[in-house]
Design a protein around this ligand. Structure first.
Ligand code: GDP
Length: 209
């Protein structure tokens, strides 16, 4: 398995290309190599962060209308490394029946995808750990999936708010997940490029394992 530095991953990510959209888990591309999946409530800033990580403007579909992407979107970084943009959750306007189908598809993907190296759970730093986020985090925790929590849009917070926020989130996670190891929590801003170096380093480690 290749070993990457944060800088190398940043360079490789800038060459990322769109691979395929899968409507169902069964339509996902061949399960080999490593992939990191991005998930979050609609409007969390997922598309913007994927674009920023890859130094591209139109790679992931960014929209001010939440909940439009109801598919798995695969992006090829190298022949063996992929990013996966998962459907946003918690959007009221998506019909309940459709939402149910998507929960099943996502659960299948998380349970069965062998190349899944890590799940990045994105949350707007101003509204972290909402009910749907906690459901997702608890499910990933119970199913022993490697995860990273990213609080997005950190440019909207003051320095004091940022320090307090991380501590509060860690405390809440301890309460919810028990005394077991809680996942790392990063703060970042796609627009101001804050926290990106840490994120590249983290992704490099996951892709190198
Ligand atoms: P998605 O639904 O999770 O893919 O969210 P988007 O990437 O479409 O972002 C939702 C909204 O948040 C858009 O209006 C973005 O411009 C805004 N946004 C995303 N990232 C940032 C950020 O780092 N800082 C600020 N201030 N706004 C952001």
């Amino acid at each position: 398995m290749a070993h990457y530095s944060g800088k190398e991953i940043e360079k490789l990510l800038s060459q990322t290309t769109f691979q395929i959209t899968a409507a169902l888990f069964s339509q996902c591309p061949r399960d080999f190599g490593k992939e990191v999946a991005f998930v979050g409530r609609s409007n969390a800033g997922k598309s913007t962060l994927i674009n920023a990580l890859c130094h591209q403007n139109n790679l992931a579909y960014t929209s001010k209308t939440p909940g439009k992407t109801q598919h798995f979107n695969f992006f090829q970084v190298t022949p063996h490394v992929r990013l996966v943009d998962l459907p946003g959750y918690g959007y009221a306007k998506v019909a309940n029946s459709l939402y149910g189908t998507w929960q099943t598809e996502i659960a299948c993907y998380f349970s069965e995808r062998l190349s899944l190296a890590c799940v990045v759970v994105l949350m707007d730093a101003r509204h972290p750990l909402k009910e749907k986020d906690l459901e997702m985090i608890e499910w990933l925790h119970v199913n022993q999936k490697s995860m990273l929590l990213v609080l997005t849009k950190s440019d909207k917070l003051t320095r004091n708010e940022k320090n307090l926020l991380i501590k509060e989130c860690q405390q809440q996670l301890k309460t919810v997940l028990g005394e077991a190891t809680i996942p790392p929590v990063f703060l970042c801003s796609a627009t101001k490029k804050e926290g990106m170096v840490e994120l590249y380093k983290y992704l490099a480690e996951r892709f190198s394992e």
